[in-house]
Design a protein around this ligand. Structure first.
Ligand SMILES: C[S@@+](CC[C@H](N)C(=O)[O-])C[C@H]1O[C@@H](n2cnc3c(N)ncnc32)[C@H](O)[C@@H]1O
Length: 265
């Protein structure tokens, strides 16, 4: 796939430490849709982007890009439904569309709302149950989701209404990372499915990924790479990311590989 709209104009930003470039306080508690493996709790622990362009080839709910939303953001994912939700949010959704989404109560099925567009239905599917990796796994508002921020959907709406005008410049492509034919100098936030059983929770999971090949691809990028994995993964020299205590559930374990290959190659 050739993404002709992506130019080579991406420049290194040097060391950007200004909070102007990040979400700042407004962005705290970022919630777009709930997604298994999303980096919502960790996003501030990763290095800041050193380049104007951020590419997330395994975007899911794109929490890293959301935190730095005002860069040139390019999202890709293998899952067509995830991409169609993003395309809807980036290009088509209006504030009125967001406001009119039904606010499901605990135990209510999103299937009652068949008049909605397919993208809206899939979005509700992800909102009714926190942390699902695949649309359709659960269609009824769970207690766990409902208890989050007064019903989860109202919370999403408040966030989305502020988010929409800020992401209109983003691009989304439904493609496998292997088919991505671009390599601009950019910050590449690479968060594939974990290379162990949990990585098969997705519709496009770890079994279909050749991690040795992915490691080669990572090392061939131009610019900065930030790769996420579980601490036990060995396909790159990962180092543990500072972990966080997650309530009573224990510690969130995560590892990272990061490198800046520069733009000259
Ligand atoms: C760990 S999740 C990404 C989570 C994301 N960072 C977030 O904050 O929500 C991995 C994503 O990779 C996608 N994926 C799996 N195989 C892929 C492939 N070969 N190319 C592109 N995307 C793929 C899955 O559909 C899934 O959305």
């Amino acid at each position: 796939m050739s993404l002709s709209s992506v130019g080579e104009g991406a420049t290194r930003r040097g060391s950007i430490r200004s909070s102007r470039c990040r979400g700042g306080l407004f962005w705290q508690g970022v919630i777009v849709f709930n997604y298994f493996g999303s980096k919502s709790k960790l996003v501030r622990l990763y290095p800041e982007p050193e380049y104007d362009t951020i590419i997330e080839p395994f975007c899911g709910s794109a929490r890293y890009a959301l935190w730095y939303y005002n860069r040139n953001v390019i999202l890709c994912d293998a899952d067509p439904r995830i991409c169609r939700i993003w395309k809807w949010l980036i290009k088509d959704a209006t504030v009125a569309d967001i406001q009119s989404l039904p606010e499901l109560v605990q135990g209510e099925s999103r299937k009652r709302h068949k008049y909605l567009s397919i993208e809206e239905q899939w979005l509700l599917s992800l909102l009714v149950n926190r942390g699902h990796a695949s649309i359709g796994q659960c269609e009824t508002m769970t207690e766990w989701s409902y208890d989050q921020g007064d019903g989860n959907i109202p919370r999403f709406k408040r966030f989305a209404i502020r988010m929409l005008p800020r992401i209109r410049h983003w691009k989304i492509f439904n493609t496998l990372y292997q088919k991505l034919r671009i390599n601009p100098c950019a910050t590449w936030f690479i968060d594939p499915p974990y290379n162990y059983a949990a990585g098969d929770s997705y519709r496009y999971g770890q079994s279909a990924i050749d991690y040795a090949r992915l490691a080669k691809w990572v090392r061939s990028r131009r610019g900065q790479v930030i790769v996420c994995e579980h601490p036990q993964a060995t396909w790159l020299p990962f180092t543990p990311l500072k972990t966080r205590q997650m309530g009573i559930k224990g510690t969130l374990k995560e590892a990272m590989f990061t490198e800046d290959y520069g733009c000259k190659r």
